[in-house]
Write a protein that binds this ligand. Sequence first.
Ligand code: MSP
Length: 527
Amino acid sequence: MDKKFYITTPIYYPSGKFHIGTAYCEVLVDSIKRYKEARGYDAFMLTGLDEHGQKIQTVAQKNGLAPQEHVDNMADAAKKLWELMDIKYDKFIRTTDDYHCKAVQKIVQTFLDQGDIYKGKYEGWYCMPCENYFTETQLVDGKCPDCGREVIKMSEDAYFFNMKKYEPWLKEFYAQNPNFIVPESRKNEIFKNFIEPGLEDLCISRNTFDWGIPMPNDPEHVLYVWLDALTNYITALGYASDDDTLFKKYWPADLHVVGKEITRFHGIYWPIFLHALGLELPKQIYAHSWVVMKDGKMSKSVGNVIYPEMLIERYGVEATKYYLLRFMSFAQDSIFTPEDFVDRFNYDLANDLGNLLNRTIGMMNKYFKGIIPTNISARTDFDDSLEEFTKNQITKIEENMDTYHVSNALVELWAIIARTNKYIDETEPWKLSKSELEEDNEKLKSAMFHLAESLRKIAILLTPFMPGTSAEILKQLNISSENMNWDLAYSDNEIKENTKVIEKGEPLFVRLDKDEEMEYIKSSMKK
Ligand code: MSP
């Protein structure tokens, strides 16, 4: 297969429990990966943890654990969560993995050999108890923003990467590749704030703490966490190791998905590091927006954090994934509200999708003893219109997914569900069933056939987003999920003769009591 697609999530800091913001990124990437697979790509998804740095060392200390012990526990927890969320990643990298540390040292050695790195002085405001540097603007009333104590101006020896040397190249690269970062607004931000004013050289080492990868030439210094972290995208594939088969197969990445606040690292430093190594650049970076709450960012101290486990336990993994993918807009921060969550569950999932399946199964049993009619002789305009509408919608879903507008793709998919529900109202099977006319009986067959066909198509189109629901729909219709490739959603005649649907289908989603569930979600935020 020569169509490959390499997609990555950011690697997360294992500093605390993951909330739905972190989970969103994972679900988003998983849906794009599954979509590409459905379209015939050999897709590879990378995720993992960014385990070094002072922040992690401090959290571990607070928990009374050695840093390695702490990150080991967190890696287990992260893998458990992704399993619970049915995330189909291919590789989970941890930056404490031996192969990664060795490869990073080789990469840094290359930079040293090329003269990209020089020794200088790192200056800033230092907080002794926190062992941390801050810039002038980060201070709060001239004091440490973390503990509020006095800070002192200090400087230490440190290594720097000569970014300025690569500035002309970077500008030329963006001139040639204006769509390297999407959405455009994110690219404009880093241009205005960092590229146009002129690049600063980047400090790439610290010697005030030791939880990091040592500089190969000077082990008193550990590497700045971002150099360590960014290179994960290539070390995970075996770059600079004995076996770089995966690297040869999948690099360059087709898409790095990152949160908006880390666009700078991916849009400036990462391209420069890669260029300095003589490697190809990723094809694109999608900097997504944030999940926010009515009162701003999610934070434990405000008591407005939503954890994915709570939603999954109560509403199921499929509904949780659907909501995250549907409510988050492509470019703007989106507000999570308990009300909206319950409404979408009730309207989109229980009413629109759930009822469509339930009514179809019910009617199929009532009118045809559960056997889906085939060899249809009477076609109506409604049939033509439903089929044509669906084909158009599939193209729109593809256009949106090909540009990573996942929420819009779901809107277009739900339009097929709404159109199919409308088809029931148009064809009025309950009236046709009462008619004595042979012609009406043929029309009834056609209506039931088309309903089953439409649900089959919907099941295929749902696979990237809600694979469990897709499988359940096919199970209730008794349609084999083997060979259910995307292209079959374009086809109108795939149901085999004598297919007998389930006698009594379980509802896919049971309607929620709005007040009760809103209260439940709100109370969970305080825990
Ligand atoms: N370790 C770095 C990434 C290194 S990538 C080479 C990091 N980690 S993080 O844990 O702080 O954040 C990981 C990702 O989670 C980021 O992309 C960030 O944008 C995302 N999110 C954190 N909170 C979020 C929301 N509330 N909403 C959406 N995404 C959010 O940065």
